[in-house]
Design a protein around this ligand. Structure first.
Ligand SMILES: Cc1cc2nc3c(=O)[nH]c(=O)nc-3n(C[C@H](O)[C@H](O)[C@H](O)COP(=O)(O)O)c2cc1C
Length: 265
């Protein structure tokens, strides 16, 4: 069931502009989702204390080893988090107060900012992977040719022809470990990113395809926003499914900047 979390943070009732706006949004939302549920959280009517050293300590203590006092410290945060996690849509009324958000909203943010729940520390990348981590030893050398033809079929059908209807053939569930900056792991995330990228790029022809065991390397020619681009991809294949990917695009410089006449591929 769609659930909307409706948050207001203005201290003004009756003449609050942001409350009027969020109320109008809720009315429209309810008309679009008659079966939907709206959870109202009025931050001016909720007593939220500032976080304390004990609260921070409790937050950084692994759940299984928290004392009863630490669990108590986090109980309000837990209930606000549950509210947040139950919802799948959000409307938050935020007046500007002294060049910032109202203090009650900041108190709420402090309660719901919980490491491992609403945010994670990652090494500069949402997936937590970099371009240079992951396995490096090729295994299953006997599968080299099989994996190369699997990857060629995948690449030509999925990326060159843009046919995304058979993703089940190429992926196992949501398993896709991604070594690209700014992306998240998973097939659903990968598909979503590809749909967006396809509006700005073409991949036209596989120029190099090399394989060793479970690793297959592909370099393909295409365009990015109309300019020539080379797409470099390294995939790892397990049981005829694509499980891991390292990739980046490289723009082809204008010909007058070339240091030789070889071209990039
Ligand atoms: C305490 C207070 C501080 C404000 N500070 C700012 C501000 O820094 N900058 C600004 O553009 N408006 C400021 N305003 C104006 C509000 O943002 C504006 O009145 C807005 O409509 C308030 O939202 P509300 O009507 O939902 O309460 C302030 C208003 C109040 C009451």
């Amino acid at each position: 069931m769609p659930t909307l979390l409706h948050i207001d943070s203005s201290p003004l009732y009756g003449r609050s502009v942001s409350r009027e706006l969020t109320a109008a949004f809720v009315t429209h939302w309810q008309a679009s989702y008659p079966d939907g549920r709206v959870v109202d959280r009025d931050l001016n009517a909720t007593a939220i204390p500032p976080i304390t050293a004990e609260w921070v300590g409790a937050n950084y203590t692994p759940e299984a080893t928290r004392t009863p006092q630490q669990r108590e410290q986090l109980s309000l945060s837990d209930s606000l988090l549950a509210e947040l996690e139950q919802a799948n849509e959000y409307i938050i009324g935020v007046p500007m107060h002294n060049f910032g958000v109202p203090s009650v909203l900041k108190l709420w943010i402090d309660q719901i900012a919980r490491v491992g729940r609403t945010f994670a520390y990652v090494d500069g990348n949402e997936s937590g992977h970099t371009h240079i981590d992951g396995p490096t030893e090729a295994t299953h050398l006997e599968d080299t040719e099989k994996n190369k033809s699997f990857m060629r079929e995948y690449y030509e059908s999925f990326h060159i022809s843009g046919d995304h209807s058979r993703s089940n053939r190429y992926f196992q569930g949501d398993l896709c470990i991604r070594h690209e900056p700014g992306v998240r792991d998973g097939v659903a995330e990968f598909m979503r990113d590809v749909e967006v990228l396809m509006q700005r790029r073409t991949i036209d022809e596989v120029k190099i395809l090399l394989g060793q065991g479970d690793f297959v390397f592909i370099a393909a020619k295409g365009t990015h926003e109309g300019d020539p681009c080379v797409y470099i991809d390294l995939y790892r294949v397990e049981d005829q499914k694509l499980v891991e990917h390292w990739g980046f695009p490289e723009m082809v410089p204008p010909q007058e900047e070339w240091k030789n006449k070889n071209g990039m591929l």
